[in-house]
Design a binder for this molecule. Structure first.
Ligand SMILES: Nc1nc2c(c(=O)[nH]1)N[C@H]1C(S)=C(S)[C@@H](COP(=O)(O)OP(=O)(O)OC[C@H]3O[C@@H](n4cnc5c(=O)[nH]c(N)nc54)[C@H](O)[C@@H]3O)O[C@H]1N2
Ligand SMILES: Nc1nc2c(c(=O)[nH]1)N[C@H]1C(S)=C(S)[C@@H](COP(=O)(O)OP(=O)(O)OC[C@H]3O[C@@H](n4cnc5c(=O)[nH]c(N)nc54)[C@H](O)[C@@H]3O)O[C@H]1N2
Ligand SMILES: [Mo]
Length: 796
């Protein structure tokens, strides 16, 4: 979240789109009802299903799953057309006036630089026109035909109300109401917040869904202000922390990059990831990259990292391919992988195309499952016979089950969606022989070192050099020790650092994760603070826990006031310039020693300091979002450009295209979602949760049910090109067929529920049906829009 949970109470309009906070974030949703009760806020919900969030909404609009970009680009067009734009904000704080290169083009659904064979873009033309000093050219008059504002206007112009409704199925009356409510926040004294999660990310254009919303928020001047922002609601309790810590295969902690094959040496690597300013006088905060990175290397390798050995750079693995989940399952499936560590994931239930995952696990030599529960993955062989002729006894994969503790059975820090690092204490002792993950992994490292010492082997250096010396017990580093290391230390004085502004690139500071700097200083554990005083009444509680970065609660907050430092809305003051000084209720997201004009570039992580309507080379499929159909489309065409139907830059692993179904065979859209009564697949092991929602089901609308002769409670078979499952029908008014491109499109819904190893009724997870094709940037699978058929099951 750019903002944080409590801040939602400051919103004038709350938009829940691409998520279902009332069910999946029921505690945080309390701040939505707070805004409605005490701030007269309006709640807008846009979702294919009339869900529990919709039940409380002032305005609900249905849309076809996978069409949010058309919806939001149409909204952008409406805002520009009706002049409901925060022009002062757009002028001062966005790249609207920047000029784009002459060779940039968009035609018939494709941007310039597309290579059909590799399904990738050469992105050179998606860039600013530069002057002789390397700075981006701007045209403050907005007359230049290639300034971003004119390109944006042109790009969204195609998305008029009828076109949008024709693609999304949203009735025009509903669409107009949503547009008017959101548009009402373009004035200085109103703000809208957008709350989203999987309804936007689980698509082949997930990242562009979120970009489309960011465009709307920039047009309205809603970023960096109280009650506004771009607010991703995170899933597992510490998934924010896991992402911060470099969970993704190409990241290092603190959103630094894991080097790839092209980063041949340290100097090249630092040069590739340290941006140069794109306008004069910019903060360009990533210019500090070398300080963050070298300090991280000191934390990784300790005294073994020296200037002479490039601070251990050469010991880091260099990636050649994106080894995300679907890629490595595909490699296993093709027999290219020996062993697989599954730590805190239930791959069989949660990951796409279950039958392929099952087949892949059968090809391993060994599988290690680290989990407190006996998950379906840890007994995968029991199901393997279901879809092929392999008998469980023929499967050679050796399985090791290492029972771990659960997060509540150890102390540590959990980072919530609002970036708060909250320390927690052990709630209970773990049962049986379970061990904390850190103890298991350290045990493996110690054993590997022993083996290398005794037997030798290739590439011993990283195993030998990794810095474990500081831990009291190298077999089990404690949470406190790791937290202090992540905060960072001045190696000359041995003192904890106060902030990442003290980091150096000469090896004299050590810091595991620069954004966490300040969380454990000489004054102690800032994450354990529990003072909830809110003196401003605006939900800013600096004495509660630690909010990265720098205990800042609202990111980009320089944008809450104008170029001269005067708050756009006095009631929404976060920082202001007063009597020759900055004052504020939050830590300023800029250098507070600079006068207003010199700090008037709030997006300090961008080398040009402004928000981007045109996102340059950031994303795989284009610098502007564009509507593409889901890979499995119920209408078989793209009404905007029939030649480019789905995302052209999607990665298609070998053989996957044949696993995609067509609308003639599988006519219904299927979407999958969470239930309040269960947490993913763990709580099927919990008796009370199992009683409250004992079995899975499929939701379908009354018209489709009548057409198929299906009554409420009937057993039905749901099938996709990849597999099928049996479940019970729940016939509901919550789903309605939508009129799309001249036809009625029906959506069916499957909850994330099921499994055969817990206490609920045995069933297959919805992932028997899903496809592994994913977002072109993140590879997150298209779990929310794929095609199925449904039929009454006879004789059950
Ligand atoms: N009780 C409970 N809480 C949970 C979880 C749980 O299992 N149970 N899971 C946790 C996890 S890991 C996560 S990631 C979060 C998930 O949190 P959410 O993303 O809020 O959860 P979902 O139910 O997957 O999906 C949200 C909504 O997206 C809608 N949707 C589907 N397709 C589209 C689309 O194309 N456009 C739009 N606008 N909406 C669409 C669905 O109908 C659904 O109502 O929840 C977390 N919280
Ligand atoms: N079709 C479809 N598929 C989906 C989704 C969807 O909406 N639709 N949602 C996706 C999303 S957002 C997510 S996050 C994934 C979730 O996918 P998973 O993460 O596979 O799902 P969980 O059931 O939450 O499994 C987490 C496991 O971690 C274990 N665990 C808990 N604490 C600890 C610990 O301290 N250490 C270790 N080692 N293990 C621990 C739990 O016992 C549990 O088995 O599913 C994805 N799959
Ligand atoms: Mo999640």
């Amino acid at each position: 979240m750019t903002n944080h949970w409590i801040d939602i109470k400051n919103a004038s309009v709350v938009v829940i789109m691409g998520g279902n906070a009332a069910e999946a974030h029921p505690v945080g949703f309390g701040w939505v009802t707070e805004a409605m009760e005490h701030n007269n806020a309006k709640l807008v919900v846009v979702d294919p299903r009339f869900n529990r969030s919709a039940a409380l909404a002032d305005c609900y609009a249905p849309l076809r799953s996978g069409t949010d970009i058309a919806f939001l680009l149409g909204l952008s067009r409406y805002l520009i057309e009706t002049k409901q734009v925060n022009y002062e904000y757009v002028k001062a704080y966005t790249n609207a006036s920047y000029i784009i290169r002459e060779d940039f083009e968009f035609n018939e659904g494709l941007f310039s630089g597309f290579d059909e064979k590799s399904r990738t873009y050469d992105k050179d033309s998606w860039y600013y026109e530069l002057d002789e000093d390397g700075y981006a050219k701007v045209d403050e008059t907005y007359e230049h035909p290639r300034c971003v504002w004119n390109l944006l206007k042109n790009h969204v112009d195609r998305y008029d109300f009828e076109t949008v409704s024709n693609i999304t199925g949203t009735p025009v009356e509903d669409y107009e109401k949503v547009c008017a409510l959101i548009g009402s926040t373009h004035v200085h004294d109103k703000a809208a917040t957008f709350m989203y999660a999987l309804g936007w990310t689980h698509h082949t254009k997930g990242a562009q869904n979120i970009r489309s919303m960011a465009l709307v928020q920039l047009l309205l001047g809603n970023i960096g202000v109280l009650g506004g922002g771009v607010n991703a609601l995170r899933g597992h309790s510490n998934v924010q922390g896991a992402t911060d810590m470099g969970l993704l295969c190409q990241n290092l902690p603190g959103y630094l990059k894991l080097p790839n094959d092209n980063d041949t040496d340290l100097a090249t690597y630092l040069d590739n990831y340290t941006p140069k300013p794109l306008r004069p006088g910019q903060t360009n905060y990533w210019s500090n990259y070398p300080k963050f990175f070298i300090s991280q290397m000191k934390s990784f390798w300790g005294e073994n990292a020296t200037a002479a050995n490039n601070f251990g750079y050469d010991w880091l693995p260099k990636w050649d391919l994106q080894y995300d989940y679907t890629k490595h399952i595909d490699m296993m499936y093709k027999g290219q992988v020996n062993g697989y560590f599954v730590q805190g994931v239930n791959a069989i239930n949660s990951m796409p195309n279950r039958n392929k995952t099952l087949a892949a696990l059968c090809k391993l030599k060994y599988l290690v499952v680290m989990d407190p529960l006996a998950t379906e993955t840890s007994v995968f062989w029991q199901k393997a016979g279901e879809f092929n002729d392999v008998q469980p006894s023929e499967i050679q994969t050796q399985v090791f089950r290492l029972p771990t503790t659960l997060f509540a059975e150890e102390e540590g820090c959990i980072v919530n969606s609002g970036r708060w690092m909250q320390w927690h204490w052990k709630g209970a002792n773990p049962p049986g022989e379970s061990k904390p993950d850190a103890e298991i992994l350290s045990g493996i490292l110690m054993k590997l070192r022993e083996l290398y010492k005794a037997e030798g082997g290739v590439l011993p250096e990283p195993i030998e050099a990794v810095n474990w010396a500081g831990y009291h017990n190298p077999h089990f580093p404690h949470g406190e020790e790791v937290a202090k290391e992540l905060n960072g230390i001045d190696l000359k004085t041995g003192k904890q650092l106060d902030s990442f502004s003290q980091l150096k690139d000469d090896g004299s500071t050590s810091c595991g994760c620069w954004i966490y700097s300040g969380s454990w200083t000489e004054a102690g554990n800032m994450m354990a603070r529990r003072d909830n005083s809110d003196t401003s009444g605006k939900g800013i509680t600096p004495g509660w826990a630690f909010s990265w970065p720098q205990n800042r609660r609202v990111l980009y907050n320089r944008a809450s006031c104008d170029v001269n430092g005067k708050p756009w809305d006095p009631k929404r003051m976060i920082v202001e310039w007063n009597h020759g000084k900055w004052h504020g209720i939050d830590v300023g997201d800029f250098n507070m020693t600079l006068p207003p004009k010199e700090s008037a570039h709030p997006f300090i992580m961008q080398p040009e300091g402004v928000g981007r309507f045109f996102s340059l080379k950031m994303l795989a499929e284009g610098p502007f979002p564009e509507h593409y159909e889901p890979m499995e489309t119920p209408i078989g065409t793209n009404p905007l450009h029939p030649k480019v139907i789905s995302n052209p830059a999607v990665r298609l692993l070998e053989g996957v295209e044949e696993t995609l179904g067509s609308h003639t065979e599988f006519p219904y859209v299927c979407t999958t979602y969470s239930l309040t009564e269960h947490f993913n697949f763990w709580t099927i092991h919990c008796r009370l949760a199992a009683i409250s929602m004992p079995e899975t089901f499929v939701e379908l609308d009354e018209i489709l049910a009548a057409k198929k002769g299906i009554a409420n409670g009937d057993w039905v078979k749901v099938s996709s090109k990849r597999g099928s499952l049996m479940t019970k029908a729940l016939v509901t008014k919550r789903l309605q067929p939508l009129k799309v491109h001249g036809q009625m499109v029906h959506t069916v819904g499957l909850p994330r529920h099921g499994g055969y190893n817990g206490l609920t009724r045995r069933s297959s997870s919805c992932n028997v049906l899903t496809t592994e094709v994913g977002d072109a940037n993140t590879q997150v699978p298209e779990f929310k829009a794929f095609l199925v058929d449904i039929a009454k099951a006879e004789g059950v």
